[in-house]
Design a binder for this molecule. Structure first.
Ligand SMILES: Nc1ncnc2c1ncn2[C@@H]1O[C@H](COP(=O)(O)OP(=O)(O)OP(=O)(O)O)[C@@H](O)[C@H]1O
Ligand SMILES: [Mg+2]
Length: 935
């Protein structure tokens, strides 16, 4: 039947399919029966006719807890392509789909594998991916589809998804454009009704139109419901007739009741078979008939379902039975008795000996009270789901098992295990619910402790009250006293993270450190070193630095360790090591598909690189960190990476952009008081003000990082922006205040050899010194090891050159100013390069204009791709690194070449190498090429 109305929607869909451009697809949403599926069906048949390959998956309520069931359905027709995938992707996808065993594959790798597979298929024939009723898709499949949708750029792939209003809003943030579907206009509704049920009396017709209110499902199905009574007797409203509950019931429920009425009229055997089919997770007729046979005690033939097909509740095809509408399916289940449903589930379970997961869920559905046997089956199902990377399914199985547990201890264990999985996968609401349920039980002291610290893993505890740090210290101490070293270490770790994001005060820091010191683990255990660096960045700076330097030669073996050592290095002010460790962590995290940790490593890397002055390397890293942090739901990491981008913009003289990005980062961080983000925001604002010559503003912005009463105060970071602060203070005429600040910080310097702190102090001391001491201090500062700190070296030359010029030693000043100019030009620090030029001019020397750095013409994303291509990676390899399809990579390269004026990868490589050498001649010799950009 042709669709009535919907011209606009159909036109939009046709245009999308015809020429998707940069769009990835649409998310069609609307109430039940409004015509979402009908639109999709039209679009799909038009797409097929136009030569597209259509792949479809349909969410089914009963399948929600079977990990990757939806993805399996989608990819089945292209499964042959799986073998051609790169090994890690292939393995991840095969185990996700249950085709092979591998330990807990990353969902992101399965996502990347899906993207590659679809892009490969689309290269042969353009692809329409249909995801119907995504609210009922199992979580793992929905996540993969969202991951893919976010990455469809230039591939000839279009995704069309449908979401029923009021259900779980899966895929809402996947970058699909929303397409709301509303009720039909009165006129169109009337046309539709007249075509379905011609010749109705005007009264019946009017009533039907009113009842249906423009909902096509109602318009097409209610005439049948009314049919038996509609023509005779007093006209009752449908709502009156169907249960007498009146029009308060939403339309979907009234429709369900209409379908229930249709079911009630069927013969008993058909009703039984229909219920089995409704509860079955698959559409297999043979399964349904076999289970029906078990219930009825005799073989069931396909004819048993014929009456249901006749009244248009189901459609029978070879081997399959499908419901004509999801509301018909739910109506059948809703209208049955508990005993009937129980019987049907048990019969299905009986049938499914070969399929333990489905069997376990059916048995669970049939069990009201406690049953350890069924709970144990669900435990196994949870294990299997976890091994396939289906964390949401594993949690659901464990929670169901908890419900069926005999005894509080077993129940608590299952709830807490599920909660731990929820924490790991970042599902905060689920974890909180599970922990709350567990806490309501009688718990052993050990479990009570677990319940108490489990939730502390979220967002490093940013949103929690700082008093939690002392509580966690006590908890760790008591857990350690019970001999539970590993759990104690984990609690300490959680507490240490909070010392970065928030400020618990000196007493809490001391007690944490004391517990950590007493823990029976080797002092050079990297994790405990990191804990100490977070908790006491100055007091323990020396020890941490020693160990970090020792470990710096052995990176690459354990990406997660490299990652946290990178952030530990940042705490103690060793930004060169921070950049090196976090760059080393990235490839491993990418390869393992750990996209949750990756943005953390990238953010730390970008943060450090900018502080070192290596802007070109920081740009793509910061952009990728922001993007992945957002995608993986880590707002504070997103804030941090955004603040770093603001800092870069400020240094480059792009003040408008700096302001926008700083505001955005602050917006995310301020409500939760995420201190490092706010400190970085102030740093960016201070730099922008310095660069614009607003020195009072610059000093005000930067001082906030050092004011314990300010939300931007951060214990460690406050000591790592001294050169900028001094520059602002001198120009704003606040040298006395600055001297006081230095005076306060000197004791910290006595306790740690922190490079950032000492470099900053040497600069500040020289700049603030009386004339008779300045030269000695500048010379000392320049003589110190500044390898890898080109920005600081540039600042020193600039300040020394300015001082020399003021001393009327113009000739000497010029060589310093020239070095400063060259350094800042190479680094792209616009305002500082300009200041060096001005000073040089005053010292009697003119400067050439800065050669523009071709890299600045590229977007961060393009720069990332260009750098990898220059390294000799193929498009496929670049795609694997950046979690993109190779097709997108190739499109980007086509845009990059003309921007840079090159026509081959070889030219590109030559150009980027020359540019990188130019920057690194200025001293940013941090690690080798790959380490610099953390590929
Ligand atoms: N514009 C239309 N013209 C004629 N028939 C329509 C129209 N829209 C929908 N229908 C019919 O109405 C019924 C319900 O539509 P459909 O199944 O597409 O709803 P839906 O929005 O997908 O509902 P659900 O959320 O329950 O999946 C179908 O039988 C369909 O063929
Ligand atoms: Mg539908």
């Amino acid at each position: 039947m042709p669709l009535f109305g919907r011209e606009a929607e159909l036109k939009a869909l046709a245009e999308l399919i015809d020429d998707p451009g940069d769009r990835s697809g649409v998310l069609i949403r609307g109430e039940a029966g409004i015509g979402k599926s009908a639109l999709v069906a039209e679009a799909a048949s038009a797409a097929s006719a136009a030569g597209l390959h259509v792949l479809t998956t349909i969410g089914v309520e009963a399948e929600q807890n079977l990990a990757y069931a939806g993805l399996h359905q989608l990819l089945y027709p292209v499964r042959a392509g799986v073998d051609a995938l790169p090994a890690p992707q292939r393995d991840a996808l095969r185990s996700a789909l249950g085709l092979a065993e591998s330990a807990e594959p990353s969902a992101y790798l399965a996502g990347l594998a899906t993207l590659t597979l679809l892009a490969d298929a689309a290269a042969v024939r353009p692809l329409l991916v249909v995801a119907e009723d995504v609210h009922w898709l199992d979580r793992a499949s929905a996540d993969v589809l969202a991951f893919v949708a976010r990455r469809i750029e230039s591939e000839p792939i279009v995704m069309v998804a449908t979401l029923r209003e009021g259900e779980r809003p899966h895929m809402q943030d996947a970058g699909l454009s929303p397409m709301p579907v509303d009720r039909l206009s009165d006129e169109v509704a009337a046309e539709l009704l007249d075509s379905i049920a011609p010749g109705l009396t005007p009264a019946v017709r009017a009533r039907l139109l009113a009842e249906a209110a423009g909902n096509p499902l109602a318009l097409t199905e209610l005439p049948a419901a009314m049919g038996r009574h509609g023509g005779t007797g007093p006209l009752l409203s449908l709502s009156d007739r169907l249960g007498g509950l009146g029009p308060v019931l939403p339309l979907s429920e009234r429709l369900e009741r209409a379908f229930t009425a249709r079911v009630a009229a069927l013969p008993a055997p058909a009703r039984t078979a229909l219920l089995v089919a409704a509860l079955n997770q698959s559409d297999s007729v043979s399964e349904t008939l076999a289970a029906t046979g078990l219930i009825r005690g005799s073989t069931a033939e396909p004819e048993i379902l014929a009456p249901a097909a006749e009244v248009r509740l189901i459609e029978l095809a070879i081997g399959t039975v499908t419901f004509r509408h999801p509301l018909m399916r739910s109506a059948i289940a809703a209208a049955s008795t508990l005993a009937e449903r129980r019987q049907a589930h048990l019969a299905l379970a009986e049938m499914l000996h070969e399929q333990p997961d489905r069997r376990a869920w059916h048995r669970a559905a049939a069990t009201a009270g406690a049953d350890e046997g069924v709970a144990a089956e669900l435990d196994c199902a949870a294990d299997r789901a976890r091994h396939r990377g289906g964390i949401a399914a594993a949690i659901a199985a464990l929670e169901q098992a908890a419900r069926l547990s005999e005894g509080q201890a077993r129940k608590a264990l299952r709830l807490l295990t599920a909660a731990e999985l929820a924490v790991e996968s970042g599902s905060r609401a689920t974890a909180e619910r599970l922990v709350r349920d567990a806490q309501a039980l009688e718990l052993s002291p050990r479990r009570r402790a677990t319940a108490a610290w489990l939730l502390s893993g979220f967002e490093d505890g940013v949103r929690e009250d700082v008093s939690r740090v002392s509580e966690l210290a006590e908890l760790a101490a008591s857990v350690a006293a019970d001999g539970e070293v590993e759990p104690a270490a984990r609690i300490l770790w959680g507490a240490a993270m909070r010392c970065f994001w928030s400020e618990p005060g000196p007493a809490a820091r001391r007690s944490l450190l004391a517990v950590a010191d007493r823990l029976p683990v080797p002092a050079d255990d990297p994790r405990m070193v990191a804990v100490a660096a977070y908790v006491a960045p100055f007091e323990r700076g020396g020890i941490a630095l020693d160990l970090l330097r020792k470990l710096a030669g052995a990176t690459g073996a354990a990406p997660e360790t490299d990652r946290y050592l990178g952030s530990a290095a940042l705490q103690v002010g060793a930004f060169d090591l921070a950049a090196q460790f976090s760059a080393a962590a990235a490839p491993g995290l990418r390869a393992q598909g750990r996209l949750g940790l990756l943005p953390r490593a990238l953010a730390v890397q970008a943060w450090s690189r900018v502080r070192l002055g290596d802007l070109a390397a920081a740009v793509p890293v910061a952009a990728e960190a922001a993007k992945l942090a957002q995608e993986t739901g880590q707002p504070f990491m997103y804030g941090l990476a955004t603040a770093v981008q603001a800092e870069i913009a400020a240094l480059r003289g792009d003040h408008g952009r700096a302001r926008t990005l700083a505001d955005e980062a602050e917006r995310v961080a301020l409500p939760a008081g995420a201190r490092p983000v706010l400190a970085t925001v102030q740093l960016a604002r201070g730099l922008a003000a310095l660069s614009e010559g607003r020195f009072d503003d610059a000093f005000a912005a930067l001082s906030r990082i050092l004011d314990p009463a300010d939300p931007a105060y951060q214990l460690a970071l406050r000591a790592y922006c001294l050169p900028e602060l001094t520059e602002a203070a001198v120009r704003a005429g606040r040298t006395d205040t600055m001297r006081d600040i230095l005076h306060d910080l000197e004791p910290l310097a006595a306790s740690t050899p922190s490079p950032a702190l000492h470099i900053g102090l040497r600069y500040a001391r020289a700049v603030l010194a009386p004339n008779e001491e300045a030269e000695k201090l500048f010379t000392a500062a320049l003589r110190a090891d500044l390898t890898g700190w080109p920005a600081e070296r540039g600042r020193l030359h600039l300040a020394f050159g300015e001082w020399l010029r003021r001393q009327r030693r113009a000739a000497e000043s010029r060589s310093h100013l020239r070095t400063a100019r060259e350094t800042f030009d190479a680094l792209g620090m616009a305002a500082w390069g300009e200041r060096a030029r001005q000073e040089l001019r005053s010292a009697g020397e003119s400067s050439p204009n800065r050669d523009p750095d071709a890299r600045e013409k590229l977007t961060p994303h393009e720069l990332n791709i260009a750098q990898l291509a220059a390294e000799g990676l193929t498009n496929r390899e670049i795609g694997q690194r950046l979690y993109l399809s190779h097709r997108t990579v190739s499109t980007h390269l086509h845009r990059i070449f003309p921007k840079l004026g090159v026509s081959s990868r070889a030219d590109l490589a030559r150009m980027l190498t020359t540019l990188e050498e130019r920057s690194s001649r200025q001293g940013s010799s941090v690690g080798d090429h790959t380490a610099r950009r953390g590929a």
